[in-house]
Design a protein around this ligand. Structure first.
Ligand SMILES: Nc1nc2c(ncn2[C@@H]2O[C@H](COP(=O)(O)OP(=O)(O)OP(=O)(O)O)[C@@H](O)[C@H]2O)c(=O)[nH]1
Ligand SMILES: [Mg+2]
Ligand SMILES: [Zn+2]
Length: 376
């Protein structure tokens, strides 16, 4: 009986080990992780170095290093230190919510035990910026897409005249709220006429203002345009992230910047131009002659949950007027004493105001339906 028990236990242990090993066995080998930045190309902020030193002094041990998460392959991090790049797992003292939150761009204190090929992330250092979106409904959660990013590049394809200024504006609101600069790339400009490209650029300008760079790009086989403008959005020393729906052409643009087909790209559905979620890895890509850009899987949705500050920064004049409305929950559509209506008229003939009103309405709606336990 005792023997059977111990055998069962052994079997269970073997099965667990196999499962873990099986999960990792499909990960790309370290030598296949190309286009990674060098450690020198990454520059932790002073606060992050200080936080690392404080952490080290609390655990006086060797084998600790300051590292940066440069990739997440199906959630498994790869960490770059001054010496090497390696796969890492999470130390026992990190809670599950910590490690589901670790993101590309995070600075971490990582232990590299001698004779092990796997590092151990012990602490996630404070972030300078946190590009996060709301995932799920009223009981959903914030998901960090990347950390310590300087500029969010909002990519939207210009196919079949389906430009969504609303979607671009909501990306700008999220990025601004998260502490990053915003730039817009209107991709696939070769698939529409010059007039449409011009009109789309003007629309984005009108809604986001002159301060937001807008680049029009086309990567059609060997013929490209606008690629150098994209490169100049992320100068050396800076980190950017490509944000946009699947099929927008994010990975294609990165390949054009690299000058080789390093990243997988995929076709889009004929009927509506929607992509097939080709990119499944979040990864840093070192761009020749520029900084680093994070490639991401396409995003289906970007919900307006708790981004009031971002909305106010992207639309400062409208938000300022809204603050003077008679009713705090004014919808700026019909209320007496509405300062927005008084100053800007109704949204029907003003695209910029229309976008503001719809994003503000969505934010009000989500605030009322959000589970009361959730702290944003
Ligand atoms: N004509 C044209 N096609 C493009 C352009 N950019 C991308 N494409 C095509 O659009 C499709 C999707 O491109 P991807 O680069 O895979 O798109 P993605 O944004 O990375 O998509 P996900 O990885 O799924 O998020 C591919 O078939 C590309 O060849 C462009 O500028 N012009
Ligand atoms: Mg892609
Ligand atoms: Zn109002």
């Amino acid at each position: 009986m005792a023997r059977r028990n111990s055998r069962t236990r052994r079997n269970v242990r073997r099965r667990v080990q196999k499962k873990v090993a099986g999960d990792r066995s499909n990960l790309p080998a370290l030598e296949l992780l190309t286009e990674l930045p060098t450690f020198d190309e990454l520059s932790p902020r002073q606060e992050q170095v200080d936080a690392y030193n404080t952490y080290c002094s609390a655990v006086p041990e060797e084998e600790l290093a300051l590292g940066c998460v440069v990739r997440l392959d199906r959630g498994f991090p790869a960490v770059l230190t001054v010496d090497e790049v390696f796969r890492a797992e999470f130390a026992a003292q990190l809670t599950k919510s910590d490690f589901s939150r670790v993101a590309v761009g995070d600075w971490v204190a990582v232990r590299t035990p001698h004779g092990h090929d796997m590092g151990l992330i012990e602490a996630i250092l404070p972030r300078e910026s946190d590009i996060a979106r709301w995932r799920g409904g009223s009981r959903g959660e914030k998901q960090t897409l990347a950390a310590n990013v300087d500029v969010v590049i909002v990519v939207q394809a210009l196919e079949k005249g389906r430009l969504s200024v609303n979607r671009i504006a909501r990306s700008a609101v999220v990025a601004t709220d998260c502490g990053a600069d915003v730039a817009v790339v209107l991709a696939k400009c070769d698939s529409v006429g010059e007039k449409e490209v011009h009109a789309a650029r003007e629309s984005v300008r009108e809604v986001l203002g002159e301060g937001c760079p807008v680049v029009c790009s086309a990567v059609d086989g060997a013929t490209t345009s606008g690629v150098e403008d994209v490169r100049s959005l992320v100068p050396a020393g800076k980190i950017g992230i490509m944000l946009g729906p699947s099929g927008a052409g994010k990975s294609t643009l990165l390949n054009a910047l690299l000058g080789r087909e390093a990243l997988e790209t995929g076709s889009v559905r004929e009927s509506d131009g929607v992509g097939r979620h080709t990119t499944v890895t979040r990864r840093m890509v070192a761009i020749p002659g520029a900084g680093i850009i994070v490639d991401e899987p396409g995003l289906r949705t970007l919900q307006m949950v708790g981004h009031e500050r971002g909305l106010a920064k992207v639309f400062p004049d409208i938000a300022e007027a809204a603050a003077s409305c008679r009713f705090r929950n004014c919808t700026h559509t019909h209320e007496p004493g509405c300062e927005v209506l008084a100053r800007f008229g109704s949204g029907s003939d003003d695209q910029r105001l229309g976008v503001y009103l719809s994003l503000a309405a969505e934010m009000r709606e989500s605030a009322t339906t959000l589970d009361p336990d959730i702290v944003l």
